[in-house]
Write a protein that binds this ligand. Structure first.
Ligand SMILES: *Cc1c(COP(=O)(O)O)cnc(C)c1O
Length: 421
């Protein structure tokens, strides 16, 4: 059993759906990102089922994995998109996505990004500060447009996740403190170029319990009631993303666990009419991808055993950035061989260049490993550090394979650079 049902062993060989990962490593080389189309669809299905019969818009938090092929699957399924930059908007438009289902988040929106989003006609700007509100009002006015806005409110709840991926506490840079929100909404109301449409929050990522969401929801409902008294009527409530996935033995909350409780609270307090917006990223794609890498060398020192592989922190930065755990599977189950404790490390000249530590495995040079749960915040955070081309990405659909992004060519890494005479 692996962490994802779409990556399973058949006769000792790990498969993506019906394709052996050995075949993919041979055919496309390593490091290689492999995505399962069915995993994307199943993850989407869990949200869709949980939302049955209710007014819910799921806006895929696309910074988790913004490959056009991934976006296009979600577009076909009816998803909207949560974007955090003008670049992400361009990707949505490139696949023919509906801007009317796009929400624009982020603390540092630039003027050109606001203009592009207004031109495209996004559903909502999730505004994170007063100066941003002023800038947006001005940009919209200059364009003769009305900008739909939500304020991203910081409800000061502890999502009980890693500090780097917790965003709903007072000390985070995100959002507007909930006690300041009524005043900012009243300011927003005074601008003819702004249309207040919602309230938004996003409290963190890799959240495994439902309680932080419910704490946030309680606070947001108090705010929405208060706003109604001030003549500010909210049409949608955006609860952000953040549902966790299984990396090792977690049992995170499901969309149904969350939405059942949310609807219960909304109905009990007379808010059943509110549209609910969700912005899931990781939970839609995290376990839909693996990173394949080949062992270049085994190196045994007095202190440690190292498996030096051809993937590195430039391909997958989560371990060293967040101290994140990814399961490591041998693509071919070894027969015999001596189990030893290994650190799986890359070739980059940094001690922080590791992918997994202290794993008991029976390894041999040339073996292919699958770094599991590499569908989210993996390729999108990749760089070309050490002048390493970014890995290829392929999507498996049953027994067919499509290269959805070829491996970068070496020359392309420096083709735009210029030397002085
Ligand atoms: C990153 C992000 C998301 C997606 O978060 P996940 O934990 O991947 O679900 C949603 N909304 C905002 C504002 C974000 O920054």
């Amino acid at each position: 059993m692996t962490v994802s049902p779409h990556f399973a062993f058949h006769q000792g060989v790990l498969h993506a759906e019906n394709v052996p990962l050995t075949t993919l490593a041979e055919r496309f080389g390593t490091p290689l990102y492999v995505y399962s189309k069915k995993a994307l669809h199943d993850a989407w299905g869990a949200y869709q089922q949980a939302a049955t019969g209710r007014n819910v818009l799921v806006c895929y938090g696309m910074k988790a994995n913004s490959n056009l092929a991934v976006l296009n699957e979600f577009r076909k399924l009816g998803s909207g998109f949560d974007i955090v930059s003008g670049g992400e908007l361009a990707r949505v438009l490139a696949i023919g996505g509906d801007a009317g289902k796009v929400v624009f988040s982020g603390v540092g929106k630039q003027e050109w990004e606001m203009r592009a989003a207004l031109k495209a006609g996004v559903k909502c700007f999730n505004v994170e500060s007063e100066p941003e509100l002023e800038r947006l009002a001005q940009v919209a006015q200059d364009m003769g447009k009305v900008a739909p806005v939500s304020l991203r409110v910081n409800p000061d709840v502890d999502a009980q996740t890693h500090p780097y991926i917790s965003t709903g506490l007072k000390e985070n840079k995100f959002g507007i403190a909930i006690e300041d929100a009524p005043g900012v909404y009243q300011r927003a109301k005074q601008y003819g170029s702004l249309d207040i449409v919602g309230v938004d929050c996003h409290i963190g990522s890799q959240i495994t319990e439902v309680s932080p969401y419910l704490d946030a929801l309680d606070k947001l409902l108090v705010l929405i009631k208060h706003l109604a008294g001030l003549g500010v009527n909210i049409r949608h409530l955006d609860l952000g993303g953040g549902i966790g996935i299984r990396y090792t033995d977690e049992t995170p909350l499901t969309p149904k666990m969350l939405l059942d409780k949310v609807f219960e609270k909304l109905d009990a307090q007379g808010f059943g009419h509110l549209q609910i917006v969700l912005e899931p990223g990781r939970s839609l794609v995290g376990n839909a991808g693996v990173l394949l890498t080949r062992i270049e060398y085994l190196k045994h020192t007095d202190a440690k055993n190292f498996a030096i592989v051809d993937a590195a922190m430039n391909d997958l930065i989560r371990p060293t950035l967040y101290d994140a755990w990814h399961s490591v599977e041998q693509v071919v189950t070894p027969v015999g061989g001596q189990v030893q404790t290994y650190d799986i490390v890359g070739p980059i000249c940094e001690s922080g260049d590791w992918l997994a530590r202290n794993r008991s495995l029976a390894l041999a040079q040339g073996d292919v490993l699958a770094i599991m749960s590499a569908g989210a915040y993996a390729f999108t955070m990749a760089s070309q550090y050490n002048t390493r081309p970014r890995a290829a990405e392929v999507m498996v659909d049953n027994d067919t394979v499509t290269v959805v992004r070829p491996r970068e060519k070496l020359e392309s890494l420096f083709e735009h650079e210029v030397v002085l005479d």
